[in-house]
Design a binder for this molecule. Structure first.
Ligand code: ATP
Length: 320
């Protein structure tokens, strides 16, 4: 293994730059040449390939976003696009690839591995934490910390005015950002796609908390359920409390990565290159029970994401 390529694909996530740095530095450690590919699979198809040196990745460990930029690329779903991508790799003599992205990006990686024989390793980079095989995805921790910062501020003003705050967080079909930011911020209620909600029950919970001396309420709603505006309107129609919606939005995707995400980035990036150096491809790296693991990439994306019911019940018990 002499030359490896590296791309970031799908939605960006804080920690992607730190992972790029870890891949480049680990590759150089093993005497490899490392090539960065811009804008995900689109750059692979369009031959946007450049060598990355030791100093190309200086001073990026702390930066949000991705230096390689990212894109969604429909052409990669076609045979034509895939062949073009492989031609670019062949042209540059790249014989191994690291793909940082979510489950869609992993499916592209699987095709390159399986159908075209390019050993490819997936690093889970998405704020959604929607991959079952790994306890955490890169960017999730930072995104939740961003939500906490905003929810803390909302709590201040909601308490002053005795309001109910409906806060919409990201996560697509997965409720983990809502679950973790709800518990860690002391929100009274979370609404996630995995559990059917009942507006009357939510109002009962608000009433109980007010009777217990609370002056405000925070309801964290995952985007996979509905938008903050719609939820707040439905709630407002049934209650006299003053309800205010807030959609946190794309601010969750940016910002300097947390310690946890930088540590994941270092370990995921290093593990990916170790695997390629051993001639192993077609694997996804992850973390389980605090240990860095790797597994078959398609098995990894095929596992159905489970929701942590015990954590959900914990919130119900401690946030009153
Ligand atoms: P996120 O979870 O942050 O959205 P993602 O990697 O799941 O990240 P997608 O938009 O699903 O984001 O996928 C990123 C890119 O991966 C797509 O634009 C496409 O180029 C490629 N891709 C997705 N699915 C496939 C597939 N089945 N076959 C080949 N390539 C794919």
């Amino acid at each position: 293994m002499k030359r490896i390529g590296l791309l970031t694909s799908g939605g960006d996530a804080p920690g992607m730059n730190a992972a790029i740095r870890a891949v480049v530095r680990s590759g150089l450690y093993f005497g490899m040449q490392v090539y960065g590919i811009e804008r995900g699979y689109a750059g692979l198809i369009e031959d946007k390939v450049m060598p990355l040196e030791m100093r190309s990745v200086s001073n990026i460990v702390q930066l949000g976003g991705t230096k390689l930029r990212t894109a969604r690329c429909l052409e990669m779903l076609t045979k034509e696009g895939q062949k073009q991508a492989v031609q670019t790799l062949e042209k540059h003599g790249i014989d191994g690839l690291v793909v940082i992205g979510g489950d869609g990006s992993f499916r592209g990686a699987k095709i390159l591995s399986d159908e075209y024989g390019v050993p490819t390793i997936g690093i889970p980079g998405t704020i959604d934490n929607d991959l079952e095989y790994t306890d955490y995805t890169l960017g999730f921790d930072t995104a939740v910390n961003t939500c906490l910062d905003i929810i803390n501020k909302l709590r201040d003003t909601m308490t002053s005015h005795e309001r109910v705050s409906v806060v919409e967080v990201m996560g697509r079909h997965c409720g983990d950002i809502a679950l973790f930011s709800g518990i860690a911020s002391g929100a009274e209620i979370i609404v996630v796609p995995e559990i059917k909600f009942d507006m009357d029950e939510i109002i009962n919970r608000i009433n109980r908390s007010r009777a217990n001396g609370k002056h405000s309420n925070i309801i964290v709603v995952a985007e996979g359920v509905m938008g903050a505006d719609d939820f707040a309107r439905q709630l407002q129609e049934k209650t006299a409390y003053s309800v205010r919606p807030t959609c946190i939005g794309h601010v969750q995707r940016g910002g300097s990565p947390s310690m946890a995400d930088r540590m994941l980035a270092a370990q995921f990036g290093n593990k990916a290159v170790r695997l390629l150096n051993d001639g192993i491809g077609n694997r996804a790296v992850g973390i389980r029970d605090n240990k860095i693991i790797d597994m078959d990439i398609i098995e990894a994306v095929s596992m159905k994401k489970t929701f942590n019911l015990e954590l959900y019940e914990t919130l119900q018990m401690i946030s009153m």
